[in-house]
Design a protein around this ligand. Structure first.
Ligand code: GDG
Length: 467
């Protein structure tokens, strides 16, 4: 379909799949498996993608990039502060992650959230063809389904929440909770990472709106008197397993692996890769490693812990404080155990190029994924996808969505520091036969439920929505 007639499929996400950059084209592809998966769908259906391009007071004229029709949503500096850093990342993010840090409730940031959600809805309404399908993504845009339905009752609307949905007792803190629920219920199909998230959401519908739910959903009468069946289900997201595997098999990755081996020496490698976020449990790992060195259960000459900590949301106070605490802990451990020639912790506060990241996945004997709460955790699945010789051990927090299906990982409770330490020791000493048996099962799971099948599964169910 063309820009004049409108598009049959419209993806709406906080960010566009490309970022403005000083390149000949004026943009670069944004990294990430989700972008890859949705790009495939948008290209195949000749659809459009509505989102912010990361610039301040940028334009709103659609443009074509990476074979997709892109529709930018402009944002002012004040809106980035109040909508994005404020309501999305200092209110909803901590609230939806079990209040690990205290959510901020401010009327001003809520007003900005509503205004920006209106703008996203308006842009989506403007480019969707009659009867089109619109797929809205994530916690930054919870009001968009309702706002969009009010403008365009002809559309079929899906929403996918990438982060957890909290128990009602926590959600009830949000002063505008019933508005958020009503906004989400503008969708015909709501997808969550885990069945638990879907049932938390249904309970919030009952408790905050008095809605009656049945089976996997509820019936609702819209303000225009139309009765609709809304379905609510878990669609656990996956990674681009075949794509990652193919890249890891390339000669260039093997060369990078050899270079890393040279730099890190003949030590066992334990790896962590995360956005530097307080949900990810990075301090749990540092504490476990520190105690294992202190107790002599691990020898700092024999192992190295590589932590990639990607900068993120650095204008939000809780993130700045956490970064300071983590860097202090890294310094303390290295101060105690480093020698002139090597340190037991390699801490990289930077965004890595994908080839380097894949080489690290390939070389790491043990992957530590210890979030206190995580919707899914793609890093765990990426590590598994990259273990093409079936070796390696994944230590995985039970509080990730990934733990539901990656049951052959060593599952840990990140609040139980002794349990985490024991799992690290078990992982470092695991015989190759056991590693392979576990990893084969994990790889099968990650291959079958990849990101492509996730996107197709959601869209097929959305297409089957009762009208
Ligand atoms: C949210 C939910 C859910 C990280 N550092 C670098 C880098 N990354 C890439 C990883 C991975 C992605 O970022 C992180 O994904 P996660 O799933 O681990 O975590 P969130 O960013 O919190 O994602 C989460 C996800 O949405 C999808 O639904 O799983 O629960 O919180 O792909 O590889 N990539 C590169 N350099 C880095 O330094 N190139």
């Amino acid at each position: 379909m063309s820009a004049d007639e409108g598009f049959g499929l419209v993806v709406v996400a906080n960010r566009l799949p490309v970022e403005r950059a000083d390149t000949p084209q004026g943009w670069v592809r944004a990294p990430g498996g989700l972008v890859t998966a949705l790009t495939t769908v948008v290209r195949r259906t000749e659809g459009a993608w509505v989102g912010w391009d990361g610039s301040i007071d940028g334009g709103s004229s659609p443009f074509t990039a990476a074979g997709m029709h892109l529709v930018p949503v402009p944002m002012s500096q004040a809106e980035v502060t109040d909508f994005y850093d404020g309501f999305a990342n200092a209110t909803l993010w901590p609230l939806f992650h079990d209040v690990i840090v205290k959510p901020q409730y401010h009327r001003q940031t809520w007003a900005a959230y509503r205004a920006v959600n209106e703008r996203f809805a308006a842009q989506a309404a403007a480019v969707a063809a009659p009867g089109a399908t619109v797929w809205v993504h994530d916690y930054q845009l919870t009001l968009v389904p309702g706002l969009l339905r009010a403008r365009r009752p002809d559309l079929t609307i899906g929403f996918f929440n990438h982060i957890p949905f909290p128990p009602y007792e926590i959600f009830a803190q949000l002063p505008w909770g019933s508005v958020v629920i009503a906004g989400l219920l503008g969708a015909d199909l709501l997808g969550f990472q885990r069945p638990q998230d879907a049932s938390n959401f249904l309970r919030a519908c009952r408790r905050s709106l008095g809605a009656r739910t049945s089976g996997h959903g509820l019936d609702r009468v819209d303000p225009d008197g139309r009765r609709r069946r809304i379905r609510v289900r878990a669609y656990p997201i996956g990674v681009d397993a075949p794509g990652l595997e193919a890249q890891v098999r390339q000669e260039s990755t093997s060369r990078r692996v050899a270079e890393f081996r040279e730099q890190l020496g003949d030590r066992r490698i334990i790896l962590g890769v995360d956005r530097l976020d307080y949900t990810k449990g990075i301090s749990v790992r540092l504490r476990a490693m520190d105690e294992l060195f202190a107790e002599g259960r691990l020898d700092p000459d024999d192992v190295v812990f590589v932590q990639v900590a990607t900068p993120t949301r650095e204008r939000v106070d809780a993130y700045r404080e956490m970064r300071d605490a983590i860097e202090l802990a890294v310094g303390r451990v290295n101060g105690r155990y480093a020698t002139l020639s090597s340190a037991p912790i390699v801490y990289l506060h930077s965004t890595m190029g994908l080839p380097d990241l894949l080489a690290l996945y390939r070389i790491a004997d043990v992957m530590l994924v210890t979030p206190l709460r995580d919707g899914m955790n793609l890093v765990a699945k990426e590590y598994v996808a990259c273990r093409i010789d079936d070796s390696g051990v994944l230590v995985l927090s039970r509080f990730t969505g990934a733990a539901d299906t990656l049951t052959k990982a060593l599952l840990v409770n990140p609040h139980d520091i002794e349990g985490v330490k024991d799992a690290i020791i078990q992982a470092v000493g695991m015989p190759l036969r056991e590693q392979r048996a576990r990893m084969r099962a994990l790889r099968r799971e990650v291959r079958i439920h990849d990101v492509q099948s996730w996107a197709e599964g959601f869209l097929a169910d959305l297409a089957a929505s009762p009208s």
